[in-house]
Write a protein that binds this ligand. Structure first.
Ligand SMILES: Nc1ncnc2c1ncn2[C@@H]1O[C@H](COP(=O)(O)OP(=O)(O)OP(=O)(O)O)[C@@H](O)[C@H]1O
Length: 343
């Protein structure tokens, strides 16, 4: 499909000069705070957000920024994304790797999850495998990778977590920095509203491709963006900053719960001793049992299953008391003085 057949954003859509300057200052400040080990690879979809991130980084660290595009082979528009990525990278002399993958999901797996997991694995492989020399100069190994999610994406993630009834780990939303596969990963745009990125690109006459699925109201995330964010802006103009602060509080709380769960699992043992569990408060029992099931058995119980287990642990005072409950992908049963999980 020729690139012009896609809903593309062109210089004609420029915002006024004032918002162009304001967006430049906001993006500039975010990139100034960003200090990744170089060279840096940017996960580049060809959409507005990663186009802004790529160009801002390439300008800040010329010759030390590369781009990776994953062609998922899922949408007919995918070839047009590749063309746009190639055009942008050629214009700005940024080395680009295009990785073609088959991201069809397995039965029972969510299509978005399948595509995301494969995308992350592909980004790691592409970033860490050697890059061609640039102008005869060998390219050193990439040390960090940046993704372009912004403040609106963070709010959407938080609202989706709330709608599922998530605990503090889910409400922590997306981390701004972590390590994986020997790379430092970043989301340097989490403090910026998406509109700032679009204004910045439009003020510079920079094109990007609009993902047609972003307008599809069948996706909850798109409904949140189109309907909830404007209403939130009306009611709480500062919602991006305050929601982000709540997510950071939740991230801290989740870290503490994790540390406490590790210490408590050391104390109750693996498999957990029932008498040792009973010495803990119910909230700590729940925390350590959730951690045991997740970290040792790779399964997540529902809130109702965990409540049942806690109730059974609480009343397990006689030798003959039997425990046998469905728990995540398997079952928890009492074996003598301990709890046992099997499937
Ligand atoms: N096909 C892809 N290839 C490489 N990186 C990608 C691709 N799709 C998304 N990403 C990266 O993952 C981030 C989050 O993806 P998501 O689909 O939520 O955003 P997006 O709407 O595609 O962002 P953008 O406006 O950059 O297209 C993007 O900002 C980008 O950094």
């Amino acid at each position: 499909m020729p690139i012009t057949d896609l809903p593309q954003n062109l210089p004609g859509t420029s915002p006024d000069a004032e918002s162009g300057v304001a967006s430049g200052a906001a993006l500039g400040a975010a990139i100034q705070r960003f200090a990744p080990p170089l060279p840096l690879a940017v996960a580049f979809s060809g959409g507005a957000d990663s186009t802004a991130l790529l160009l801002a980084c390439a300008e800040r660290w010329p010759g030390q920024v590369v781009a990776i595009h994953v062609h998922h082979g899922l949408q007919s528009a995918a070839d047009a994304f590749v063309l746009q990525c190639e055009k942008t990278c050629a214009q700005h002399a940024v080395p680009l790797k295009i990785c073609r993958v088959d991201a069809r999901h397995a039965p029972g797996q969510s299509p978005e999850d399948a595509a995301r997991q494969l995308r992350y694995a592909t980004l790691i492989k592409a970033a860490t495998e050697p890059w061609p020399a640039q102008g005869g100069v060998p390219m050193p190994a990439v040390r960090s990778l940046a993704l372009a999610q912004h403040a609106d994406d963070q709010v959407e993630t938080l609202l989706l977590a709330l709608s599922r009834g998530a605990g503090v780990a889910g409400l922590a939303a997306m981390p701004a920095q972590w390590s994986r596969a020997g790379l430092a990963w970043y989301r340097p745009l989490l403090d910026l509203p998406g509109q700032v990125l679009r204004d910045w690109l439009a003020a510079r006459g920079q094109e990007w491709v609009e993902d047609p699925s972003n307008a599809d109201a069948r996706y909850t995330r798109n409904r949140i963006r189109a309907q909830l964010l404007p209403a939130l802006h009306q009611a709480f103009p500062q919602f991006r900053a305050t929601f982000a602060r709540s997510s950071r509080h939740c991230a801290e709380a989740a870290e503490l719960l994790q540390e406490m769960a590790q210490a408590d699992l050391g104390a109750v043992g693996n498999p957990p001793r029932i008498a040792a569990l009973q010495a803990l408060s119910p909230a700590r029992q729940a925390n350590v049992l959730r951690h045991w099931l997740r970290s040792v058995h790779a399964t997540t119980p529902s809130a109702a299953q965990l409540d049942q287990l806690l109730a059974q642990v609480g009343v397990c005072r006689t030798r003959g008391h039997r425990i046998h409950l469905k728990m995540g992908r398997g079952f928890v049963r009492r074996l003598g003085s301990v709890l046992d999980w099997y499937n």
